[in-house]
Ligand binder design. Structure first.
Ligand SMILES: *[C@@H]1O[C@H](CO)[C@@H](O)[C@H](O)[C@H]1NC(C)=O
Length: 574
């Protein structure tokens, strides 16, 4: 093979190799997605069968048994943090700077394999015996092409309306993690591309040449945009200036696409064709978002929003939507409040939902009769004041008369993979602080399912840690409704842990199924107790601060050999 000896007609052997490798990279991405879809499909079928069998069976012994292989895979790979315990608790250099979270071993395995694949693809099949400029030219071409190809999964992973999220059932968090690493791979390849170009033509003249040729100026702009994207998305900066981060991130992503477009079109390079799907993906996601915003907020009537201040620096946002909303537990939505923050939308767990697709009503109430009432959906969120948007919102509502206001607000959603818990005989839901909003819809769904005899669930335990009893106010109306549900006592127990009680008088247990304790829960002890009584398979879900998630994750891993336990973590690391 003697590449580079003819450019006259047809593709050179080097071009053919490059084209093959870019196809292989896309095939690898497709194959990984297909494998995950296959795995999730088997999981879905298993869960469906378990729900059907379990709905009429109070013992479900078969499903409670651990399978040794599955248990050790879950313990050592799927649920395991890279090192011993830490996964979601942020690594902090000081109290102000956190460097981010560590992936699980499974995530690390995938990312490392993908990274190595990319390195191999950038250097394989290059005739190193050839001249220096030939080799540099091929490395340049290869890395540039790989960067473009990787932008396809990168942009797929950036979208909210990403069809892979429901299809693959992968969490928001995992997507973000993969998006960040794919972004870093693209940036590294873009930098390699630029540097190899300079190396090829002799450093100084080609660096100077870069600024005399429009196609190189655009290419250089794209490389710079990628580099700055990575730097500005670095966890400490992202967390410190989140709202600015998002605006800048979108602007730089657009700049990189524009730069790349002119770079390739001025060079008459055929790889420009890969930019079409990338731009289409982006445009489709934006269109999907606009459609959702329009559909749910503007109908015969407009969406109305009431915000009330709650104790403990929080507020409750209740929205009556213009159209009914098909809600499932575990979903989140983005809120836009132009009066608080002009550009920003923020994701929040939907804490409560009343209306069209209500699990409480649609199983019992005749559809025809109540259609008129059910046309409206009402959704609620609890938002804790932290920084930026959430803090401004709280300050504004706390300062308003009667601690209540009706701002202009639009909602975009519902988003999020649905983890149905119906197939688990035993469900333990851990929540820390405002993370309880994620668990409340599950509690209601499971209690209603138990009452109607349509779920395998026989035991539900909610373990909620709050700093002070006044935080109970956040979900009080909903809890009251859940506690009054039929057969609730047979299935649901609640344990409240007050981590900083002011006095022991604050701690009192209203009933044997709703108990209050001072301090923090010991996840492992609680799980051991649940395992003694376990019915069917057990799901342990956690939503709260990283330290709580890590605690529960470790406990689930340690208890793997005793019975069949799955771990589900809901995190909104951002
Ligand atoms: C690199 O790509 C350019 C543009 O497609 C081409 O003209 C050149 O021959 C390639 N160089 C090598 C070494 O393959």
């Amino acid at each position: 093979m003697a590449p580079g000896n003819s450019h006259a007609e047809g593709p050179t052997p080097a071009d053919i190799i490059n084209q093959d490798l870019s196809n292989y990279l896309l095939i690898i991405c497709g194959a990984v997605s297909a494998a995950v879809i296959a795995w999730k499909s088997v999981d879905l079928i298993t869960k469906y069968a378990r729900t059907v069998v379990g709905a009429n069976n109070d013992r479900q012994h078969y499903f409670a048994r651990p399978s040794p292989n599955a248990a050790s895979i879950k313990k050592h790979v799927l649920y395991a943090p890279v090192l011993s315990k830490r996964h979601n608790r942020e690594i902090q250099l000081s109290s102000a700077i956190n460097v981010g979270t560590l992936p699980t071993r499974f995530q690390l395995l995938f990312l490392t394999a993908y990274f190595i694949t990319n390195v191999i693809f950038c250097v394989i099949d290059i005739p190193y015996a050839e001249s220096y400029s030939e080799v540099a030219g091929m490395v340049r071409n290869r890395s540039g092409i790989m960067a473009v190809i990787n932008m396809i999964p990168l942009f797929i992973l950036a979208g909210r309306n990403n069809p892979l999220i429901p299809l693959l059932g992968i969490s928001f968090d995992t997507y973000n993690l993969i998006h960040r690493w794919f972004g870093r791979i693209v940036a590294l390849e873009a930098i390699t591309h630029t540097v190899a170009h300079w190396a090829r033509g002799g450093w100084l003249p080609s660096i100077q040449g870069t600024f005399q040729n429009p196609s190189f100026i655009w290419g250089f702009t794209a490389t710079c945009a990628f580099t700055v994207l990575c730097i500005q998305a670095w966890s400490p900066l992202r967390h410190a200036f989140y709202e600015f981060f998002k605006l800048l991130h979108i602007a730089l992503a657009a700049l990189s696409i524009v730069g790349l477009w002119f770079h390739l079109s001025l060079l008459k390079n055929s790889y420009i064709r890969y930019l079409y799907p990338i731009m289409a993906l982006w445009a489709l996601d934006r269109a999907g978002r606009a459609l959702r915003l329009f559909w749910f907020n503007i109908g015969r009537s407009r969406t109305r929003t009431v915000v009330e201040a709650l104790p403990g620096n929080a507020c409750r946002v209740t929205m009556t939507l213009a159209r009914p909303w098909n809600f499932r537990p575990g979903q989140h939505a983005y809120l836009y409040m132009p009066g608080i923050s002009l550009w920003q939308s923020h994701p929040f767990s939907v804490a409560w939902h009343e209306g069209a697709d209500d699990t409480n009503s649609d199983r019992l109430v005749s559809h025809v009769q109540d259609r008129a009432v059910m046309q409206k959906s009402q959704i609620s969120f609890v938002i804790r004041a932290r920084t930026g948007f959430t803090d401004s919102l709280y300050q504004k509502v706390a300062g308003s008369s009667a601690g209540k206001m009706e701002p202009v607000c639009f909602v975009e959603g519902p988003y999020g993979a649905k983890h149905a818990l119906d197939s688990y005989g035993t469900v333990v839901l851990f929540a820390g602080g405002v993370g309880v909003t994620h668990q409340v819809p599950y509690v209601r769904d499971l209690v209603a399912g138990f009452r109607d005899g349509v779920v395998a669930t026989r035991r539900v335990l909610l373990v909620w840690t709050i700093q002070s009893p006044e935080h109970l106010e956040w979900i009080r109306p909903w809890m009251t409704e859940i506690l009054a549900m039929e057969k609730r006592r047979d299935v649901l127990r609640i344990m409240l842990f007050v981590s900083k009680p002011r006095s022991s008088k604050e701690i009192h247990s209203p009933s044997s199924t709703v108990q209050m304790f001072p301090g923090r829960p010991n996840a492992e002890t609680l799980l051991a107790m649940e395992q003694e009584q376990q019915v069917g398979a057990m799901a342990v879900s956690v939503c709260g601060p990283g330290a709580l998630s890590d605690e529960v994750r470790l406990a689930v891993r340690r208890r793997q050999t005793r019975s069949n336990i799955d771990f589900i973590e809901e995190a909104f690391s951002w």
